[in-house]
Ligand binder design. Structure first.
Ligand SMILES: N[C@@H](CCC(=O)N[C@@H](CS)C(=O)NCC(=O)O)C(=O)O
Length: 209
């Protein structure tokens, strides 16, 4: 069975949990507690040299890292249900949304970046929150313009763009980013959470509390 090195609140790990659920793949989970710094311990660095989660042990020999690379591998090895469109232009547009979230929004509000702002650069908690809100809002403003009538990012087909978006919106809610300016993003979020693959992967799952 595959094993996911995971942290419940990690949005990159949350992407992979959703993807595994959508593909119907059973997997085990080993927590790597980011708050305790376990991601920087040698045991984890030997599987993920960057000191980040997720990492997915796919067999006895191979442990894959980087959520988008893992998702692409899953798509190749488990093509059904397809989470990238067949049409090459639509596939490129889907990957564009994935990258806007995973490469342009998420890295700026990652734990280690926020920690560096506060611990090393002496930024106040208030300014840290301002930084977070600013970069998420810049990213969401652009995304909002690219979404249509839903219910998914790419219209009526669920894709990896949704798999990337939902954890980022969860994160934005957690940091109290006002969502009024992003009604399409919020609607996709609410719709996806009605699906068990998303709800079961959520950091706070229904029934947890
Ligand atoms: N591009 C990476 C990002 C991974 C990443 O940033 N993970 C975060 C959690 S969402 C992490 O492990 N942070 C630990 C830290 O900042 O110390 C991916 O998609 O896998």
């Amino acid at each position: 069975m595959m094993v996911l090195y995971d942290y419940w609140r990690s949005s990159a790990a949350y992407r992979v949990r959703i993807a595994l659920n959508l593909k119907g793949i059973a997997y085990g989970q080993i927590p790597v507690d980011l708050r305790l710094g376990e991601q920087r311990q040698q045991a984890h660095l030997s599987r993920q040299p960057q000191g980040l989660v997720p990492a997915l042990q796919v067999n006895d020999d191979e442990c894959l890292i980087q959520s988008l690379a893992i998702m692409e591998w899953l798509e190749e090895e488990y093509p059904e249900p397809a989470l990238l469109p067949k049409d090459a232009i639509m596939r490129a547009k889907t990957r564009s949304l994935m990258n806007q979230i995973a490469a342009d929004i998420h890295p700026l509000n990652n734990l280690r970046v926020l920690k560096y702002l506060v611990d090393d650069l002496g930024v106040s908690e208030e300014k840290k929150a301002q930084w977070y809100h600013h970069w998420v809002s810049v990213g969401f403003s652009a995304l909002e313009k690219q979404l249509g009538d839903g219910p998914y990012c790419m219209g009526d087909k669920l894709t990896y763009a949704d798999v990337c978006l939902i954890p980022q919106v969860y994160n934005a809610h957690r940091f109290d980013v006002p969502m009024e300016a992003f009604p399409k993003i919020q609607a996709v979020y609410e719709h996806c959470l009605t699906l068990s693959a998303f709800a079961d992967a959520a950091p706070e799952r229904p029934g947890d509390q």
